[in-house]
Design a protein around this ligand. Structure first.
Ligand code: ADP
Ligand code: MG
Length: 593
């Protein structure tokens, strides 16, 4: 084939492919235009999961009739004049590509009237061909109707996902914009049913409820952080509310939804040691930066951006998340439902209680209502102020697993294993941090106090894992272990961190290499933290282990000294709190229902 220029309609279909990938991309571009136009009310109507119809109506500034024809030309925009403007962009659009792209892969009708005009104009575009503009009587604002998306690009149609998937995409897209612009009234109609309606009253939590449901929206913790040039607001989930993927971590940079792996990692790091391995928080964060600190022009759909100071942003996000979590993490509370009563949600006849509050009849037939039903391990209302443990007076140990203690505001049950894990973890992390910042002359090994074993212990590791362990030897040395290779898959342990002197070296080495391989390439600091968490789990006292009163008291004192005493490093709660108030209710002294 000889070299030739592509016919314009082919070239524009190719270009359109970058901007319009699926129905949700059409919705996104039209929404952004409406928002750029200063709309206070936006109505989105979807039919056929967006393939048959996407219509977006707004009450924004409108397009002058004599500019309508120009609006659908490629690279035609009212938002940018020179390349310099790219670094002071305050609008969502600026590439002048959306209307042209959509028009080349669908049938599009734009109807618009600016406030200064008596009537409006209407322009139809089919597969990139514009018809003459007509004059029409319409209200102020713009309506863009897109029909039969990709009708002239059948290859694209084949790549679309199932209708449910496309619909869900559109739902979550619109909801996220609604969150970013809580002062705009959004109305989303999917197949003529209302999928979302916001009031535009400015309340983000209200919009959040339509994204995640009322229950979750209530639990989400608000973030509000500001330093000289970065403002971070939004919501993050308490550590008890997690997902198995990072997908529910969303960012808006200056009102623009953006995917960014590094910022996502910053959020996850903010939860460091509060979440179980493989669990991720939900977060929706709005970052406001000076426009010149972001390059938004790196991607046709503008979904990726580049930052001038990525590291600074990273730590700002991480710090904001961390600070909120530290102030938040509540002790799980036993709720009122602990009474022998039925919550209205579970009308199980076996649970019926008569009005005098007698025991349920089922008790006599051997069914005992579980008191656990009343325990909310999820974070309810935060028990502010602060996350520290109050001073506790030890009462004793029960079931060889839990410590019972009195605090100023009631009874505390402490899981001895989880608590000890937390204590060891924080002690080691502190030693490690000190080692990191130690004087330059320090040797890197043995910076964490370590204790030599009387007899070195030879530990055999499955050959597949031996290499992994070999790679980690420098880290282990840094943490106070002295481990040497000793033949093919055997290692010699000569010393362990002094803090963990009671640890069984064989068990310790083995936990280190368990399921490490599935990891991508965790950061060095992350590896160390994870190694420490694992070893602490192994070294901590077990459930079922007798503790002397001195040991119990020491554990409580150590826990009081922790920065995050309320969860173990893997995110499980270390303690449950029964407030005096609750006890009084339980005993019918007060506010009995
Ligand atoms: P961009 O948004 O990048 O400028 P578009 O192709 O999306 O490019 O739109 C082209 C132009 O059409 C915009 O710059 C704007 O002037 C006008 N426009 C599009 N949609 C609307 C709308 N809903 N209200 C007012 N003007 C609009
Ligand atoms: Mg646009």
């Amino acid at each position: 084939m000889s070299i030739h220029l592509l016919p314009p309609e082919v070239a524009s279909q190719i270009a359109a492919g970058e901007v319009v990938e699926r129905p949700a991309s059409v919705v996104k571009e039209l929404l952004e235009n409406a928002l750029d136009a200063g709309a206070r009310q936006i109505t989105i109507s979807i039919e056929g999961a967006g393939r048959r119809v996407v219509e977006v109506d707004d009450d924004g500034c409108g397009i002058p009739t004599d500019e309508l024809a120009m609006s659908v030309a490629r690279h035609a925009t009212s938002k940018l004049f020179s390349a310099d403007d790219l670094f002071s962009i305050t609008t969502l659009g600026f590439r002048g590509e959306a209307l042209a792209s959509i028009g080349s892969v669908a049938r599009m009708t734009i109807t618009s009237r600016p406030a200064v005009q008596e009537s409006g104009g209407r322009l139809r575009v089919e597969a990139g061909l514009s018809m003459p503009v007509e004059l029409v009587g319409v209200p102020i604002g713009t309506s863009v109707r897109v029909e039969d998306l990709f009708y002239n690009v059948p290859a694209r149609l084949k790549f679309l996902k199932a209708e449910v998937t496309e619909r869900r995409q559109i739902d979550s897209l619109v909801t996220r914009y609604a969150l970013a612009f809580p002062h705009v009234r959004f109305s989303l109609q999917q197949e003529s049913r209302s999928a979302l309606q916001t009031s535009g009253n400015g309340s983000r939590r209200e919009v959040l409820a339509s994204l995640y449901g009322v229950e979750i929206a209530r639990k989400m913790v608000e973030v509000m952080a500001k330093d000289d040039s970065i403002a971070i607001t939004g919501f993050i989930s308490p550590p008890t509310l997690t997902r198995s993927t990072r997908r529910e971590i969303t960012f808006f940079i200056n009102g623009r939804p953006v995917q960014d792996a590094s910022l996502t990692a910053a959020v996850v790091q903010g939860y460091h040691s509060l979440l179980m391995v493989g669990r991720y928080p939900l977060a929706i964060l709005f970052l406001e930066l000076p426009p010149n600190a972001v390059d938004v022009n790196v991607h046709p759909t503008k979904a990726e951006v580049r930052f001038r100071e990525p590291d600074r942003l990273f730590s700002a996000v991480q710090r904001a998340v961390r600070r909120v979590l530290m102030a938040y993490t509540p002790v799980p509370e036993i709720t009122d439902q602990l009474r022998w009563s039925i919550s209205p949600r579970q009308p199980d006849p076996a649970w019926q209680v008569n009005n005098e509050g007698d025991y349920p009849s089922s008790l006599t037939s051997g069914r005992i209502p579980s008191a656990l039903n009343g325990i909310q391990t999820s974070a309810g209302t935060p028990s502010l102020p602060g996350s520290r443990t109050p001073l506790l007076r030890l009462i004793g140990q029960i079931a060889l697993t839990y410590l019972v203690a009195e605090g100023p505001d009631g009874l505390y049950l402490i899981d001895q294993h989880a608590a000890h894990e937390r204590v060891l973890y924080e002690k080691l992390m502190t030693q490690q941090a000190k080692a990191e910042h130690g004087s330059p002359g320090d040797k890197r090994e043995n910076v964490i106090p370590s204790q030599s074993l009387l007899q070195p212990v030879a530990v055999e590791i499955p050959p597949a894992n031996a290499r992994l362990l070999n790679d980690q030897l420098p880290i282990l040395a840094h943490l106070g272990f002295t481990v040497e290779p000793f033949g093919q898959a055997t290692f010699l342990v000569r010393a362990v961190p002094a803090l963990l002197a009671k640890l069984d070296p064989t068990a310790a080495l083995r936990v280190l290499v368990e399921d490490f391989e599935e990891d991508e390439t965790p950061l060095q600091t992350e590896i160390e933290a994870r190694i420490i968490a694992r070893i602490c789990k192994r070294a901590a006292v077990k459930a079922g282990q007798v503790l002397s009163p001195e040991e119990q008291r020491a554990l409580l004192t150590d826990l009081e000294a922790c920065v995050s005493p309320r969860t173990c490093p893997h995110g499980r709660p270390t303690m449950i709190h029964l407030s005096v108030d609750l006890l009084e209710r339980q005993f019918g002294r007060k506010g009995a229902r």
